[in-house]
Design a protein around this ligand. Structure first.
Ligand code: ATP
Length: 264
């Protein structure tokens, strides 16, 4: 490895929403992340790329403690949201996940109506006012660019939607609880090109209001949608910087080899 751990961090403009310092992650004896120092700038899109098994998803899932559900998972180091320890003893992971929402690779709507899928988080929060719930459901579906397609079938099953619509529904469900950060784990990899384009457009619409971090296998997608790109390899963060720089003039030869298709 070149340099000390702090050299992984690149200067990023604007406020930093999430920062990790010396962050390592383990599944039992397997170390999935090594000493990662990384910043996610506020209200920008940050993409994470790298070959299969390099730790991208582990890193993403560490940011809202989704890995807590995996037996044997443990972390070392520090991960901060607005300067506060994500893994602090006083942190309630349920509240954390409302602030840091997540959308998965495969659309995972619940077996309930379109309306109730989006209202789900509000019901859990105990929001009783039906007019408030309706307003937030509509607002969230509009923000997820799905309202016009579903407004006449809100009581219909979420499973009757297409894959791309289901994924936008999952984004609406994440938005309904007003997160500050949205983590997207290969959100378009199961979708056709038109649905993928809609998700990419949607990300551009959302970035004015939300901090977005996306894991993608698709380098063209990373280049199209993100402001910053991070390249992971073997559990380490090799390089992070402005997307245009990473794709045109990376500092590290391993980044160059990966983006030019020499491996991965
Ligand atoms: N639940 C788990 N239990 C044990 N090991 C795991 C688990 N999830 C991931 N790993 C291991 O951690 C390492 C990083 O995996 P991770 O899924 O984060 O990589 P990735 O870059 O997202 O890969 P991919 O692009 O294939 O999804 C790999 O060695 C993987 O085998």
């Amino acid at each position: 490895m070149r340099g000390g751990p702090l050299e992984q961090s690149a200067p990023m403009s604007g406020n930093l929403k999430i920062e990790t310092k010396g962050f390592s992650a383990f599944y039992g004896k397997t170390q999935a992340l090594r000493n990662v120092n990384f910043s996610v700038p506020e209200k920008k899109i940050t993409a994470m790329i790298g070959p299969s098994g390099c730790g991208k998803s582990t890193f993403l899932r560490s940011l809202n403690r989704m890995n807590d559900f995996i037996p044997g998972f443990r972390m070392e180091g520090s991960a901060l949201l607005d300067g506060e320890e994500i893994y602090g003893a006083a942190v309630n992971p349920v509240l954390l996940r409302q602030r840091v929402g997540m959308v998965f690779q495969k659309p995972n709507p619940f077996q309930m109506s379109i309306f109730e899928n989006v209202a789900y988080g509000l019901r859990i929060q105990g929001v009783k006012s039906s007019s408030l719930v309706s307003d937030i459901v509509e607002k969230s579906l509009r923000a997820a660019a799905l309202w016009d397609e579903v407004k006449d079938r809100l009581k219909g099953s979420a499973f009757a939607l297409s894959g791309g619509q289901q994924q936008r529904l999952c984004i609406a469900r994440a938005l309904a609880v007003e997160p500050e950060v949205i983590l997207l784990d290969e959100p378009a990899s199961a979708l056709d090109p038109i649905s993928t384009a809609r998700i990419e457009e949607l990300m551009q619409d959302l970035k004015d209001r939300y901090t977005i971090a996306i894991v993608t296998h698709n380098m063209q997608q990373a280049a199209r949608v993100s402001d910053y790109t991070a390249f992971f390899l073997d559990g380490t963060l090799v390089e992070v910087g402005e997307t245009t720089k990473i794709f045109t003039n990376p500092d590290d030869s391993r980044t160059e080899d990966y983006i030019t298709g020499r491996f991965g």
